[in-house]
Each structure stands twice: as C-alpha cells, then as structure tokens.
Design a protein around this ligand. Structure first.
Ligand SMILES: Cc1cc2nc3c(=O)[nH]c(=O)nc-3n(C[C@H](O)[C@H](O)[C@H](O)COP(=O)(O)O)c2cc1C
Length: 437
C-alpha cells in the first residue's frame, strides 16, 4: 500500500426503509423487512475491500419536534428500526472480510449481554465483529427501558467507562488458550484459564466469567462517535476507530490531532485508533451532471426545513418547532449530542435559524464531494493528504442499488487506481485490517 492510503467504511442509517421518497430505491418501502438491499451493500463493500459497515441504531420513535411523533412517523425519520444485531449476523454470513459494527447502547443492554452478543458475533465471523459504543441521548429512550430520563451527559460517559471495563474484562475472562480439547484426557476447557471478574462498580456489577467462550479477536473492535470534550477523551481511551463529526479540512485535522494527543497522554499508541470522516459524494458521468444533481439535492433540502429541524431536534432534544425561523439562532445547550450542536452553532454564527438549517446536514459531512469518480477520488486523496488520515465513512442520504454501485463500482476503482485504498485484504480479521496502515 502507498503511504498515503486510507480506510473506507459505511455508516448505514439503521436497518430500515432507506431513502424514503428518493428515486432509484425500487420497492424499498415494501421490501425493507427482508434485508436484501443491506446484504447486497455488504457484499459490494466486501468486494471493494472496505474496512467496515457501521449499523446506526436507536430504540425509540422520535418525539422531540412539536412534542409529537407525527413528523418522525410521516417521513420515516429513524423509524422503523430493526434490531441491528440480527441484521449484523446476516451480513456476516454474506461477507468474508468486512468488519460488521452494530450499534448497541449502554442504556438498552446490560454489559454482560453486550459482551456475550459481540463475543458470539466475533466467533461466528472468525474475528470480524465491532461495536458502535453509544450512551444514548434522549429521555424518550430512557422511558422505553423503565427510567424517567437519561443521566447527565458527562455522567453517561463515566458510566460507560465502567460499562466498557466490564465488557472487556468479560472478553478477557477466557485466556486465549483455555480451550484445550484434549481427546486423550477428555478435557475440553482448562478451568484454571477461565476466571470470574467479580466486578463491583459505582453503576454496574457483574460476576462472570462469560459463558460464550473466547473471542477470535480477543476483543471486538470498538467504534465511538461522541465528539464533545468528554466524548473525545472516552474515544481516546477505548476506541479502535472514531467517527468524526466535523466540517472542513482544518476542523478534521484538529479533531484527529486532538484524539491522538489524548491517546499519547493516556499511554496509547495513536496509530492504533483510526479516525474516519463522514462523506456523501454526489457522483455522475460528467462534472456538469454531478453539479446538477447537487443543485437538485440542495433545492430539495430548502423545501424540507421542518424535517431538518426535526432531525436536529431528535439529537439535541431541543424543540425547534417553537423557534422564530427568522431570528438568529443564538446560544443553545443540550444534554444530547453536544458536538453536533456545537458544530451546528459554529456554522450558524449570526445567521437566522432558517438560513442555518437550510445548509444543515444531520449526518455531519466533512467535505462536499461532487464530480466524476475520477475527480472525487482525486479530491479525497488531497483532503486525506492535508488531514493526515485515516479515511472516510460513507453516509449517503439516498442509499439505493444505484448509489451503492456508484461508490463501490465507480468511485472505489478510481481510488484503487491511485493507490489510495486497498485492492485486497491483507488479513482475515477486522482489527488487523484496520491497523494494516
Ligand atoms: C456520526 C454519528 C453517529 C452516531 N450514531 C449513533 C447511533 O447509531 N446511535 C446512538 O444512540 N447514538 C449515535 N450517535 C451519538 C453518539 O454516540 C453520542 O452519544 C453523541 O454524539 C453525543 O456525544 P457528544 O455529546 O460527546 O458529542 C452518533 C453520533 C454521531 C456524530
């Protein structure tokens, strides 16, 4: 691989109806329950040698906008959502090298269950399981799990520190050579190599050991997306890969530098965590056609301000339906996604809410990429060169067989020809491929 090679991943907006109302989506509203499209996407990514597929998830129906579920249900915003671990196992069966990263939230699964579920996924995939580690951001989700509200933002990360400690100790509760399988003595497992963890924390406790056995990777790959100061510290401590939610080359570079600095402070080698940035390239046969498509997309966005405000409301818990669209956005705070709100406010500046929301994308795209596969591949190379690494995560608002092919069969070969992304996997296991360069 060339020294400036980078990683690719995909951020799939849940196991759900994708791109409702968009063209080229076939009969997705009837066929979404059986995840053929997602499996085709996973197979295409495997062929294009992506590092991983991240399956976004939340387990509640949005209600923050206008104190109502209406807009979220009407326009299929983050709903319906299937449990990602089921779809993750189907994706594992459909692929050979791709890392599969379901989102499993600390508020909805006890740590033992997460350790066991991911341990099992790692086993059945022979070392390709990952975990998008999220702490939750809405009180509506807390109410689905028997609580009135979520704990305060930073406390959630303190709890997650403990949670992840339990999960990793459970994964470590089987020494790698604990399965002897000695036919002569008749002993399958060496009891001296399987240990209780006897964890008594402030928030969680767990006895252990795990009953599902050792993981091929030892530990599943850990992904993390929270970008507040506390979120970044958490990532620097635990993550193998970070989904950065920032716009522009300078902010991208600063984010990565920050994570790497904190990793050094914590005694970790910064090259062991890969920071990936969200993109949604608009690709076409000619530059002109691509620009036309981008203009159409921008025009459609301008007509959908309510939907955009509802998206921002969902992740910040701020009810924008009661705000004056023509007044400056002003100062806002949240117990939800702090980094996403900070990024929105930074870009809004002194503009009105109407102006700011018009060019807001909830997916937090890092750079705008519009052009032919060749020109976009060149732009991606230049951006990565400036940022210093480590790759991109596709987050398309219009996932369809057409847009998947544009990326995996149009853009990726153009990247490969430039030596910017891999043409074959060097390893069988997810983390080994992630750390290859
Ligand atoms: C790109 C991106 C993807 C995320 N995916 C999920 C998800 O699938 N499920 C979830 O509950 N939270 C998700 N989150 C929320 C984060 O895990 C985190 O809770 C949130 O960003 C707040 O963290 P912060 O305040 O530290 O920025 C995502 C955030 C970002 C930026």
């Amino acid at each position: 691989m060339r020294s400036n090679a980078f990683h690719l991943a995909w951020f799939l907006q849940g196991s759900s109806v994708q791109a409702w109302g968009e063209r080229w989506t076939g009969n997705i509203s009837e066929e979404w329950m059986v995840p053929d499209l997602f499996l085709e996407l996973a197979r295409s990514m495997d062929r294009a040698c992506f590092d991983y597929m991240l399956l976004e998830d939340t387990s509640y129906v949005g209600e923050a906008y206008g104190n109502s579920r209406d807009i979220y249900l009407k326009y299929g915003m983050s709903v319906p959502r299937q449990d990602p671990s089921v779809v993750a196992s189907l994706m594992i069966a459909a692929t050979s090298r791709l890392g599969i990263v379901p989102t499993l939230a600390t508020y909805s699964y006890p740590p033992y269950l997460v350790a066991r579920l991911l341990g099992t996924l790692d086993q059945v995939s022979l070392g390709r399981a990952g975990w998008n580690m999220v702490t939750g951001s809405s009180d509506f989700v807390a109410m689905n799990f028997g609580r009135d509200r979520l704990p305060e933002h930073d406390t959630r990360y303190d709890m997650a520190d403990e949670y992840i400690d339990i999960v990793t100790r459970l994964w470590d509760s089987w020494e790698p050579d604990s399965m002897i399988a000695d036919r002569e003595s008749g002993i399958l497992i060496d009891p001296k190599k399987v240990h209780a963890i006897n964890y008594e924390g402030k928030y969680y406790s767990c006895r252990g050991p795990l009953n599902s056995g050792p993981l091929p990777q030892g530990r599943a790959v850990i992904a993390q997306a929270g970008g507040s100061p506390r979120g970044r510290r958490f990532a620097a401590q635990h993550a193998d890969t970070v989904v950065a939610h920032v716009k522009g080359v300078d902010a991208m570079k600063a984010y990565r530098d920050d994570i790497r600095r904190m990793m050094r402070e914590l005694g970790r080698d910064p090259s062991t965590c890969k920071v990936l940035y969200l993109i949604a390239p608009i690709l076409a046969d000619t530059e002109e056609e691509a620009r036309n498509r981008a203009a159409q997309r921008a025009a459609a966005a301008g007509r959908n301000l309510d939907v955009r405000l509802a998206q921002l409301a969902k992740i910040t818990n701020i009810d924008f339906s009661s705000f004056d669209l023509d007044a400056p956005v002003g100062e806002l705070t949240t117990n939800g996604h702090q980094q996403s709100l900070a990024e929105f406010l930074r870009k809004a500046g002194k503009r009105t809410l109407r102006e700011a929301i018009t060019d807001y994308t909830s997916s937090g795209l890092s750079v705008d990429l519009v052009g032919t596969p060749e020109s976009v591949a060149a732009q991606m190379g230049e951006v990565m060169e400036e940022v210093g690494g480590d790759g991109f995560l596709f987050s398309l608002p219009n996932v369809s067989r057409r847009t998947i092919a544009e990326v995996t069969d149009g853009l990726v070969p153009a990247l490969q020809q430039r030596g910017l992304t891999r043409k074959s996997y060097a390893h069988k296991q997810f983390r080994d491929n992630l750390l290859e360069f």
